[in-house]
Design a protein. Structure first.
Ligand SMILES: [Fe+2]
Length: 287
């Protein structure tokens, strides 16, 4: 069985992936960063072009199931209760169910299902050990955790890349696949993660909302004096140019709903990386 790749079908899947960021605006650019870390890791590990593509696509859609998690759990400012954890732990399977009979589901199933499994078998939803996870899931597990550690949330500041790398090293063979952790370490020391960390997309540095932290994705053609809205707190801010970035000054509150738009550049670069018209999921998900 092969999966036929069509531009329009791919675009529709990626549009669905942007809905996750409407629910969890705080993590601006999370899917893009996981996709980019995943691509870099897959290339560093010399995976085939098909595999690299599947990792990159999987990174963009891995959290689709979060659309079904309630705001009180998703954006909770503190530790989750056992019951809340149970709800959160259902998002991988919900994501697969949400895609139902989507023609590209066979390509992204492992990315969605396995990104919270651990190498030592202590993850969720199935507690599958590293030896029975796909290379796609093992790569995205590291990419997702690295981004979670280096991103700022309502209740804590993000770690530096250096500190997060230390934790990934300490967790080699426990939470993380040693081979993937090694690849991340090589990329980190070469400085190849720098253009992804703290960015919302290529060339787009996240701006610091004075209320929420780095959560504002600036418009691509932003100028000094323009206004922008924080997707998290809905504050309207004036943008003051400061070197390569902008400082934000609160002007008021936006009365409109936040609805993110698909990142057209990410979509176009993924379409440009489309390896061939057909991909065999059996090959790309080889253990
Ligand atoms: Fe997730």
């Amino acid at each position: 069985m092969t999966v036929k790749l069509e531009k329009e079908v791919l675009e529709s899947l990626l549009t669905m992936a942007t809905f996750v960021e409407a629910r969890d605006a705080y993590t601006g650019g999370h899917a893009w960063r996981v996709s980019q870390y995943g691509r870099l890791l897959a290339e560093e590990m010399s995976l085939s072009r098909d595999d690299v593509f599947v990792v990159q696509l999987g990174g963009l859609v891995h959290d689709l199931g979060k659309v079904g998690v309630s705001d009180t759990v998703l954006n909770k400012d503190g530790p989750l209760s056992a019951q809340e954890f149970e709800l959160m732990h259902q998002h991988p399977e919900s994501g697969v169910n949400a895609l139902g009979g989507h023609p590209l589901l066979p390509l992204v199933r492992e990315a969605i299902l396995e990104h919270h499994e651990r190498y030592d078998g202590g993850g969720y939803p199935t507690q599958a050990p590293g030896s029975s996870l796909t290379v796609i899931g093992r790569i995205l597990g590291v990419a997702d955790a690295f981004d979670a550690m280096t991103s700022t949330r309502a209740y804590r500041a993000g770690m530096t890349g250096e500190r997060a790398m230390q934790i990934v090293d300490e967790e080699r063979g426990a939470q993380f696949d040693p081979q993937v952790a090694e690849a991340l370490s090589l990329l980190h020391h070469k400085g190849e993660l720098d253009h992804v960390l703290g960015h919302a997309s290529e060339e787009q540095l996240l701006l610091n909302c004075p209320v929420c932290g780095p959560s504002v994705v600036p418009p691509e053609d932003a100028h000094d004096g323009d206004t922008t809205v924080c997707p998290s707190c809905r504050g309207i801010f004036a943008m003051h140019r400061q070197g390569d970035t902008f400082q934000l000054e609160l002007q008021g509150m936006s009365p409109t709903l936040y609805m993110p738009k698909p990142d057209h550049r990410a979509v176009q670069s993924l379409i440009a990386a489309m390896p061939s018209k057909r991909i065999k999921p059996r090959d790309v998900t080889a253990r």
